[in-house]
Design a protein around this ligand. Structure first.
Ligand code: ATP
Ligand code: FE
Length: 335
């Protein structure tokens, strides 16, 4: 079965072709335009999607070595995400499926970040059911109990900022570029994680909060810079290491609690922040310390990509779970 997946929920336009559960192509056009604004500008994102979508889909088909009349179905991101961005992918998928007279499959972006683990990649194991998935991205922070491909329940989530935002906003305070997650990660590996202490938020149960941490970091930096104007440049690696250490501590504490509550020891992560070297290391340690088996997706399937949309398309295709031509994008779609 050949599936075309299309992703356009935020600021990456992506198209991918899968042959069953194997990736033949996964083309991602990242929009550079947002860097100068320090965040995603919705209007610019949707305009860039309009420019990118045709060449990106065309390239995905070409790279896969197939032609469009060989496709069996088209899967697209229905939500959650930015409405203007989602509309571009949704309308394109609908018209192409209509033109080719093949099924259309709607995909929930947050489910896709989890089901990316079921892409067939050598060297990567698929988690067995039931497992816990922690999705950590630019817009979300969730712990999800996954009972089956389409039976999943959010058992904890952030009450305010997402963990990716915690990285990006900390980076902004430090004068780093957007998105700051990758640079904080790089610098953290050169710094001392215990150089500075930040207060962890106190949130009961499995929910998260990151906005207080961001404020704490802001006040700390302001105070230090007042005493020494060169504080940031002199201690940047140590600051990054300490911030990252604090954030990872918060994530691991909640995973421990979730594992204890549910009795589930298979733990998978997904979303852009799962590219972080510190979280990957902490999970590996958790295998020895807490008896976990952990699953981290291949790097290119952690941030937004269409291969994860196409794998959900394939799994839904097997169930004959198709969408109607009158389906619409949904910015706040829930799992
Ligand atoms: P959502 O999936 O919730 O709609 P999104 O699609 O915008 O959000 P992703 O593309 O999955 O989010 O992830 C982007 C986020 O990942 C950014 O906040 C970025 O800073 C963060 N990120 C990427 N690489 C790293 C890293 N190595 N360490 C920490 N954070 C990272
Ligand atoms: Fe995402």
């Amino acid at each position: 079965i050949y599936i075309l997946g299309i992703e356009s929920s935020c600021d990456d336009t992506s198209a991918s072709i899968l042959l069953n559960n194997k990736v033949l192509s996964n083309v991602v056009a990242s929009q550079k335009i947002h860097e100068e604004y320090g965040g995603v500008v919705p209007e610019l994102a949707s305009r860039a999607h309009q420019q990118n979508i045709v060449p990106v889909v065309h390239q995905a088909i070409k790279k896969a070595g197939i032609t469009k009349d060989m496709l069996h179905a088209i899967a697209f991101t229905r939500g959650p995400g930015l409405m203007g961005s989602l509309l571009v992918g949704t309308s394109f998928a609908k018209s192409l499926a209509f033109g080719l007279n093949i099924p259309l499959i709607d995909v929930n972006h947050m489910q896709a970040h989890i089901l990316a683990h079921f892409i067939d990649e050598s060297g990567f194991n698929k988690p067995p059911f039931p497992f816990l998935a922690m999705t950590i991205s630019g817009g979300h922070t969730q712990i999800v109990k996954v009972t089956n491909y389409f039976e999943m329940e959010v058992i904890g989530e952030t009450l305010d900022d997402a963990v990716g935002e915690a990285f990006d906003k900390s980076g902004k305070i430090l004068g780093l570029g957007y998105p700051a997650g990758p640079e904080i990660d790089k610098r953290a590996q050169l710094g001392n994680p215990k150089a500075f202490q930040f207060t962890k938020p106190k949130v009961d149960g499995l929910n998260f909060s990151f906005s207080g941490l961001k404020t704490g970091i802001l006040y700390f930096i302001q105070k230090e810079v007042k005493a020494n104007p060169n504080f940031i440049s002199e201690r940047l690696n140590d600051i990054c290491a300490s911030i990252q250490y604090t954030i990872i501590g918060i994530l691991i504490d909640k995973l421990k609690l979730a594992s204890k509550h549910t009795g589930i020891n298979h733990i998978a992560i997904g979303g852009g922040v799962s590219a972080n070297s510190g979280i990957r290391e902490a999970l590996k340690k958790g295998e020895q310390k807490f008896g976990w088996t952990t699953y981290v997706p291949k790097f290119e399937y952690t941030t937004d990509n269409a291969a994860m949309i196409a794998i959900v398309g394939y799994l839904k295709f097997l169930e004959h779970d198709f969408a109607d031509q009158n389906i619409s994008a949904s910015a706040r779609l829930k799992i």
